[in-house]
Design a protein around this ligand. Structure first.
Ligand SMILES: [Fe+2]
Ligand SMILES: [Fe+2]
Length: 169
């Protein structure tokens, strides 16, 4: 059995985000179940899907007044860089690196969903952002200043101590 399974506890209430997250969980499990022959293709599939997953969330943030260098987007880039580094190891025959990284994603994903993605989904719901059309129903509830942190605020609507943890890996 996979070390990470989808459950409704992981749902955040933004349909497109939840759909993508379910796909991520399934693709990560497929890597876990892969034979050595299947491993690199499945890892590439997970990287390709994760690129689209993160690109979508990054776009939603740009659409809703996050600075391009905000904490959540920066974290996405770091995770993808590490996954691609894992692929390079795998291409040299170091499959154990890919398998270990994939196992770490089973821990990373629920933490990311519970912190950065949950904060983003709460913010998007609050301002009435439609991920399909890009329409914002309640623009008056958006902060005037650009958002640099991991959440829907210009400064600290994450409690002290929560933000460094969310940004620190
Ligand atoms: Fe996500
Ligand atoms: Fe995210």
């Amino acid at each position: 059995m996979s070390t990470l399974a989808w459950s409704d506890d992981l749902a955040l209430g933004i349909e497109q985000m939840d759909q993508t997250h379910q796909e991520f969980v399934a693709l990560r499990a497929a890597v876990e179940a892969a034979t050595d022959e299947q491993l690199l293709q499945r890892w590439k599939d997970l990287i390709d899907h994760t690129q689209i997953h993160f690109d979508n969330e990054d776009k939603w943030m740009r659409d809703t007044n996050f600075a391009a260098s905000n904490c959540h987007t920066t974290h996405h880039k770091a995770v993808l860089d590490v996954m691609r580094e894992g692929l390079n190891y795998g291409l040299k025959g170091h499959f154990v690196v890919v398998r270990k990284m994939n196992a770490e994603l089973a821990t990373w994903f629920p933490q990311h969903a519970d912190t950065m993605d949950a904060a983003l989904s709460d913010y998007l719901k609050r301002i009435g952002y439609d991920t399909v059309t890009g329409h914002i129903a309640h623009p008056q509830t958006m902060p005037e200043q650009q958002i640099h942190g991991c959440s829907g605020s210009t400064d600290t609507d994450l409690t002290a101590g929560e933000q460094p943890a969310a940004c620190g890996h």
